[in-house]
Design a protein around this ligand. Structure first.
Ligand SMILES: [Zn+2]
Length: 381
């Protein structure tokens, strides 16, 4: 199955293993950077290492067996997927003991790793999702319009329209009254074409909802056309692009992805700027791992802002489910705390489960100066 929506992450985040161990597997299969041999070797090493770790865990026999079964299934699946799929990444979430299995094809290469835990490691998925928006691209000429849907790095033709607009007015225009009449006739036809295109865009947006709208309009008619658009769609315009109606989908996709990456980068910078401004005025924000975790424990975190791949081990009170950086005993109940492999990942999953949002920031950024993590806090009731 292709990875394409937040609901797939939520399904994994909500899976209850009831204390059983589960396996999360990620493999970078980006053939743009790696050849087939390198990928196969990485897979082999990854699984061998994981097997050794599974056997080294001081877990009950049935738990270890469940992990080894996960790894066997993953080996089979990956072998087949490598032969048949061109995805840039693979992910598998498996808990043999509870007969849970989910394999995903990823549009972006993750860091290859196998994680055993009592819940699934979904953070790389959230980070990938953050890189993409659902985009509608409209390519418009005087006679034609073509719509594409672009999401998770893939392009799909949505619709096209051809209007009967005569050729462009001769350079310098026509002479006399007859010429004026022709110009008016041409203009009416053109406006009619734009109007139909605007209406069709509106209809398409109902059937295929999108977040961002990109437009390419030939001959500087952009403002003319946008005048016909529903205000709801005008607000979604995020970029004016340069692809032409006749360009191949591959060419259109390339431009859209470049523009999207640029916009995402600007969005990340804006998020960090807002966080820093809030911190500096002593507002509703936290920064640094210790304070962010403390606020999370207090249910104050609305939105987490975290540097890609920032990771730190930590501890958790098994009774209270309170996270700590280094407390060996829970200060609340005095019980021994458990180790968690990656407390940043735990924080991300907790925020997602509480329906908060998580923003991933590509380093380097100003967030580095604030401990690589921060949060916007909720208004206190
Ligand atoms: Zn406790």
């Amino acid at each position: 199955m292709k990875f394409q929506s937040r609901s797939q992450i939520e399904a994994m985040a909500k899976f209850k293993s009831q204390g059983d161990l589960v396996t999360s597997f990620y493999l970078d299969t980006d053939k743009g950077r790696l050849n087939r041999k390198e990928i196969q070797l990485a897979l082999k090493n990854l699984l061998n290492d994981a097997k050794a770790r599974a056997c080294g865990l001081a877990a009950a026999k049935n738990k270890t067996e469940s992990l080894l079964r996960d790894l066997d299934l993953i080996a089979d699946h990956s072998g087949r997927a490598l032969a048949s799929s061109n995805a840039a990444g693979l992910a598998v979430f498996s808990c043999s003991q509870r007969k849970f299995w989910q394999a995903l094809e990823l549009p972006h290469g993750p860091r290859s790793r196998v994680v055993f835990d009592t819940n699934f490691y979904v953070r790389p998925l959230a980070a990938i999702l953050d890189k993409y928006s659902s985009i509608c691209a409209l390519l418009l000429s005087r006679r034609e319009a073509r719509w594409y849907d672009i999401s998770m790095g893939e392009i799909k033709a949505l619709d096209e329209l051809k209007s009967d607009v005569p050729g462009r007015v001769r350079e310098g225009g026509f002479e006399g009254t007859e010429g004026k009449k022709i110009e008016r006739h041409l203009d009416a036809k053109l406006q009619d074409h734009f109007k139909k295109t605007a209406q069709r865009t509106f209809d398409l947006s109902k059937k295929h909802p999108f977040e961002w709208f990109f437009i390419s309009c030939e001959d500087n008619h952009g403002a003319d056309f946008e005048g016909h658009l529903h205000s709801y769609l005008r607000e979604k315009i995020k970029a004016r692009i340069h692809s032409h109606v006749g360009d191949s989908p591959t060419k259109v996709l390339q431009e859209v992805l470049e523009v999207e990456a640029r916009l995402k980068k600007a969005e990340e910078e804006e998020t960090v700027r807002k966080l820093v401004a809030e911190l500096e005025r002593g507002g509703l924000a936290a920064s640094g791992l210790r304070d962010t975790i403390h606020r999370l424990n207090q249910f104050e975190v609305q939105s987490l802002v975290v540097t890609h791949n920032f990771s730190k081990p930590g501890r958790i009170c098994p009774t209270h489910k309170i996270f700590y950086l280094d407390e060996l005993k829970c200060p609340v109940c005095d019980k021994k705390t458990d180790v968690v492999q990656d407390i940043v990942d735990e924080a991300i999953e907790t925020v997602l489960k509480r329906n908060g949002t998580v923003k991933h920031i590509t380093p380097p950024s100003k967030l580095d100066r604030y401990g690589q993590i921060g949060a916007f806090l909720k208004y206190k009731a």
